[in-house]
Write a protein that binds this ligand. Structure first.
Ligand SMILES: Cc1ncc(COP(=O)(O)O)c(C=O)c1O
Length: 393
């Protein structure tokens, strides 16, 4: 199997990783795009066919991914950001208050702002890192119309709590599953829940096609609207029912997605097995805290994000990560700031998300992908133990 890693794809620096600390010894690859010859052959077949636009391969991806996630409708699109925009536009109106996570990637919230809505930040659960639904309940006002919740790092949010709050107040729900392909809730695919679920197929995601995304939903009328918005609201040749966009995917991307879909379930199991190995390693090193999964959810570990108990060490998280890098272990920080502390969003900061702010000083992601080997885990455990004992308070 030919596997390209981030260290060798998209960078001329063999030690570079995306958004993480560079390493100075034989590196454990931080991520793997997992691209194999079959994927390249599928993309080439599309190129040779001349049918480059969204066509059969996008449709195949939509049908298969819908079935795998428990959703009725799946609409591919250009990326995970426009997936959010296409989901939000029919469900939320300008001026609506929408409950959003203080701890997520910016797109979950920036597309709420782009819709003209008011983001109301909700703090994070310190153990699972997911949106804290008790805090969400406290922040509902007469103007609240929706919840945009991210299944972060591969871990589902407490879907029962989200749906209960939504039912109580008549709220629309969009789940951002950009990092959580094939995650499940109480044994069911996450596509069964909420008004819409969005995905990203960015290169490093569990299902990575380069760029790409999709939206799923279970309502026929909503699916129709999203399809129309995706393509200039066009109902017939040059007849436009809505003002929309060109947010379509293309069949080269679709072919890579279909080909990678064949391996997604097996790779997900491998990620989960790797997470269990990390849990065991971290349990042996005081001060390193493993992530917890929301009870009822099954995480697909897009990222394995650990936490540092800073009271147990004489260093900052960044110093700890730099030392790990020198031992051959690249890390990345998702995220160095909570969303209310982003300059672009600070206007909506109510300074009441202390847990998200604390997480920004504590968390770090360790290498996570389906290609980690026994030798990688040997290097990882040795490095973690060595750096932890060097900085032990
Ligand atoms: C939680 C989350 N939402 C949305 C996005 C946006 O996806 P894309 O980069 O495909 O636009 C990402 C991408 O990293 C993400 O992690």
């Amino acid at each position: 199997m030919t596997t390209a890693t981030l260290a060798s794809v998209g960078s001329t620096n063999p030690l570079a990783i995306e958004g993480g600390t560079p390493v100075s010894k034989t590196p454990v690859p931080f991520m793997s795009t997992g691209l194999i010859q079959a994927d390249i052959d599928q993309a080439l077949a599309v190129l040779k066919s001349g049918m480059l636009r969204a066509a059969k391969k996008c449709e195949e991806l939509e049908q298969r991914f819908a079935a795998m996630t428990g959703a009725k409708h799946m609409m591919t699109c250009a990326n995970g950001t426009c997936a959010l925009q296409l989901a939000y536009e029919p469900l939320f109106q300008p001026g609506d208050e929408v409950l959003v996570p203080a701890w997520s990637y910016i797109a979950t919230v920036s597309m709420i702002v782009a819709r003209g809505c008011v983001p109301v930040f909700v703090d994070a659960n310190p153990e699972t890192f997911q949106i804290d639904m008790a805090d969400a309940a406290r922040k509902v006002t007469p103007k609240t119309r929706g919840i945009a919740a991210t299944h972060l790092y591969g871990c589902p949010v407490d879907i029962d709590a989200v749906q209960a709050l939504a039912a109580k107040h008549g709220l629309k729900v969009v789940y951002d599953a950009a990092q959580s392909h094939l995650a499940t809730w109480k044994g069911q695919g996450i596509g069964k829940f909420g008004d819409a679920v969005t995905y990203s197929f960015y290169a490093t995601k569990n299902l990575g096609t380069g760029e790409g995304g999709s939206i799923s939903c279970n309502d026929d009328a909503l699916a129709r609207t999203i399809k129309l918005l995706r393509s200039h609201g066009e109902t017939d040749k040059y007849l436009h029912e809505y003002v929309g966009y060109n947010y379509r995917m293309n069949d080269i991307t679709g072919a890579i997605g279909c080909s990678k879909l064949d391996r997604l379930e097996a790779q997900t199991r491998q990620r989960q097995a790797n997470a269990a190995r990390y849990d065991a390693i971290l349990a042996r090193i005081p001060g390193l805290i493993a992530p917890k999964t929301t009870p009822g959810g099954e995480s697909v570990f897009h990222l394995y994000v650990a936490k540092l108990d800073l009271s147990k060490f004489r260093c900052t998280r960044d110093e700890f990560c730099k030392a790990l890098g020198a031992e051959g272990v690249p890390t990345a920080v998702h995220y160095p700031r909570s969303l209310p502390k982003q300059p672009a969003l600070s206007k909506w900061d109510r300074k009441d998300c202390p847990i998200a702010d604390r997480l920004s000083t504590q968390v770090f992601a360790l290498p996570m992908h389906h290609d980690l080997t026994d030798e990688h885990f040997r290097v990882l455990e040795e490095a973690l133990a060595k750096v932890a004992s060097r900085y032990r308070a």
